[in-house]
Design a protein around this ligand. Structure first.
Ligand code: PLP
Length: 438
């Protein structure tokens, strides 16, 4: 049987045989495709009549197309995934790239490489999303939260240095909002003690630190393509990259250890454990779909424009805010730190105001400007207490994170806002702060 082309998952041949194995068990028809179109390009209530007319034209064309079209050969782990990974590796200048269900899966694979187990320690910043530390919590490793830099809210290398112990196995810097962590001191600390560094680059696909792509500086970098990110792959998605030889095991790490290049007698493939730094680890299923891979390639092709637009929006806000007493605007790019501008970090100086960020957030919300909901310090969440962490002690060890969360910071959106939305948001922020002036 002749192979149709190179695919990343060789469990079955699709295509060339007279009765090929059918990868897509139940195909999608023209009506289904019309529904997909309506889902991705929904009707605007005001333009319903025009929308219906245009959709009818599309349906007519699609019926014609359906009469001459073949069937999709594969929906998961096929050529699109391979092409997406090759494009990602080239863009990031990294050896191995693996498209996944999400960034959380990427962290899991990195932690498995480190051989993380109960009793080991992991240092993560106090301010991040819970995903960063889920795997260590799951295996009973101890999560140590490092305090953050007061201006960027990224992990503070000096506090990491204070909190490293002989049991530290992994450090996870998080490039919050897409702004690069100062990686040099963290890498120096990690290398002095054979500690694995997993970059949480969930917000930072396309960010640059001292001329290097963020996510490729540590041992691993995991990116998120969840729907709110600057690159999205239709709802969920992620990418893990590494320059370590472990990258050769990415296909097995992603899909249940299956290795079709090694066959056991009378069967098509073998199943392998992952060779970690310390022994063997059990793989899981984090497979990415072809449609995610296609979405990634389409968005990657316009990433320069996407980031440039976000940078422009951020620069506008910073320009407006820089003139206002009581606001500490987001740092913009310089030679060494280039952000993706996933989010705009807005900070207040409560010393100059009556009230703090909590009062400000209420005022801003009342003006119809909604903020990003998800970055409270991790020690605030019940899960840590439930798992036996002394959260009051952790809070005491992260005074900057605590003060920033309570009094100083929030994130504003930067996604392709209209000019009107951007100006309205800037005006609203400035009005709220002015109304709080002492
Ligand atoms: C800082 C951070 N890390 C990790 C993640 C997890 O990404 P994913 O949803 O792709 O697993 C997120 C998601 O928003 C995040 O904000």
């Amino acid at each position: 049987m002749k192979k149709k082309g190179k695919v990343s998952d060789f469990r079955y041949d699709t295509g060339a045989a007279r009765v090929p194995w059918c990868a897509v068990g139940e195909p999608f028809n023209v009506d289904d495709i019309v529904r997909f179109i309506q889902f991705l390009l929904p009707c605007q209530e005001k333009k319903k009549q025009h929308y219906t007319a245009a959709l009818n034209k599309v349906r007519t064309c699609l019926v014609q197309l359906g009469q001459v079209a073949g069937r999709a050969g594969k929906l998961t782990l096929g050529n699109e995934v391979l092409q997406a990974e090759a494009a990602a590796a080239k863009f990031l200048k990294v050896r191995y790239a693996c498209l996944l269900t999400n960034a959380t899966a990427g962290f899991e694979i990195g932690y498995k490489y480190a051989g993380l187990k109960a009793g080991d320690e992991v240092i993560a910043p106090a301010i991040t999303f819970i995903s960063t530390i889920l795997y260590p919590l799951a295996v009973g490793a101890k999560v140590v939260l490092a305090d953050v830099d007061p201006l960027t809210l990224n992990m503070d290398p000096a506090d990491v240095a204070r909190k490293i112990t002989p049991r530290t196995r992994v450090i996870v810097p998080v490039h919050l909002g897409g702004y690069p962590v100062d990686m040099a001191p963290i890498m120096k600390l990690a290398r002095s003690q054979d500690i694995v560094v997993i970059e949480d680059a969930a917000h930072a696909f396309g960010a640059v630190y001292r001329g290097r792509m963020v996510g490729t500086i540590g041992d691993f970098g995991a990116f998120s393509f969840h729907e709110v990110k600057n690159v999205n792959t239709l709802g969920e998605g992620g990418l893990l990259v590494t320059n370590l030889p472990f990258g050769k095991q990415f296909p097995q790490a992603r899909f249940v250890g299956l290795d079709p290049s090694r066959k056991i007698p009378n069967w098509l493939y073998d199943v392998l454990a992952l060779k970690s730094k310390t022994g063997y680890a059990v793989p899981a299923n984090h497979s990415a779909t072809e449609i995610q891979a296609l979405a990634f390639q389409l968005q990657l092709a316009r990433l320069k424009t996407i980031i440039a637009q976000r940078r422009k929006n951020a620069a506008y806000l910073t320009r407006r805010f820089a003139k206002v007493a009581g606001i500490i605007p987001q740092k913009l790019d310089d030679k060494n730190f280039k952000s993706t501008y996933h989010l705009y970090l807005l900070q207040l100086d409560p010393g100059q105001l009556n009230g703090d960020i909590q009062d400000f957030k209420k005022k801003l919300q009342a003006k119809g400007v909604v903020q990003i909901p998800h970055f409270a310090p991790l020690y605030k969440f019940s899960i840590m207490r439930q798992l036996g962490y002394d959260t009051a002690e952790i809070e005491k060890s992260c005074p900057v994170a605590e003060e920033a969360f309570r009094h100083r910071f929030t994130h504003l959106p930067l996604y392709p806002l209209t000019r009107e939305q951007l100006e309205y948001m800037a005006d609203a922020v400035i009005d709220c702060v002015r109304s709080m002036r002492r």
